[in-house]
Design a protein around this ligand. Structure first.
Ligand code: SAM
Length: 258
């Protein structure tokens, strides 16, 4: 069957990696696992041995007939673009306890997929996702590194992130140009009680020009209030946006918006 590069089709062929991904999903038979982009079923066939409820979204019509062979009363395959799916509607009849999402996806939709999962406000237990190595580094970046920025902080607001394993490009067919990493994102138990839309706007403002000083990027805000918070953390007024931890940024945000 023709491999569609435009759909980011690099299929997993390494049993070791498949096992590591599937083992990260701690689901039992009363739980639901959603797989995004099952492709030729490399992960699917192993996942369904857990006997959980299972729902997969695959965009490529040519792959659907083979996947449909796996269907039964607990296993459903949908021919749909995950980014357009109405997940809450699709799962509302399924009597599951915990929800797990897993995906080895085209890298160009990694960020939109994670944004969709954050916005849907699902009661998620974990999201295991394969991402390009460099993207993984950005997601887990620490302050002062060049990868640290808006999306890192937004992710840290929602999730604790663990790196499960590095994946060499030889684990796929066809072989992609880049190496990958498998991450597990677990929703934070206690998220700060803030208006997330406003926090996103604030983070965008903070990281507008992240090599510049915070003062430069927050020119329109009350600098005296911000200065007091910086002093609390022994930081100077000329601190750069990229030097601030998510904790300090949240502190500044809460003070300015209260
Ligand atoms: N999970 C399989 C594996 O590990 O071998 C396939 C991985 S392949 C990198 C990505 C899969 O996602 C392909 O089967 C592709 O057709 C599918 N896909 C791409 N965009 C999608 C989307 N928006 N919604 C659902 N599936 C998508």
């Amino acid at each position: 069957m023709k491999i569609k590069k435009s759909l980011g089709q690099n299929f997993l062929i390494s049993n070791e990696i498949i096992n590591k991904i599937v083992d990260s999903i701690t689901a039992n038979s009363n739980d639901l696992i959603i797989e995004i982009g099952p492709g030729r079923g490399a992960l699917t066939k192993k996942i369904i041995t857990k006997n959980s409820y299972f729902l997969a979204y695959e965009i490529d019509n040519d792959l659907i007939p083979n996947l449909k062979l796996l269907e039964n009363e607990k296993i459903k395959i949908k021919h749909e673009d995950f980014l357009k799916a109405n997940i809450k509607e699709d799962i509302k009849e399924i009597p599951f306890n915990n929800l797990f999402i897993v995906g080895n996806l085209p890298y160009y939709i990694t960020t939109p997929i994670i944004e969709k999962i954050m916005q849907e406000d699902l009661k998620l237990t974990s999201l295991t996702i394969m991402v390009q190595k460099e993207v993984g580094e950005r997601f887990m970046a620490e302050p002062k590194s060049k990868e640290y920025g808006y999306f890192t902080c937004l992710l840290k607001y929602y999730f604790d992130i663990e790196k499960l394993t590095l994946v060499p490009n030889t684990a796929f067919f066809p072989k992609p140009k880049v190496d990958s990493v498998v991450l597990r994102l677990t929703p934070r138990a206690e998220k700060p009680d803030i208006d997330i839309k406003k926090y996103q706007e604030f983070l965008k403002q903070v990281f507008r020009q992240k090599r510049k000083t915070l003062k430069n990027n927050l020119m329109s805000e009350n600098w005296e209030e911000i200065k007091a918070i910086l002093e609390k953390y022994n930081l100077s007024e000329s601190v750069r946006a990229e030097e601030l931890t998510e904790e300090i940024l949240l502190d500044i945000f809460k003070t300015l918006k209260k």
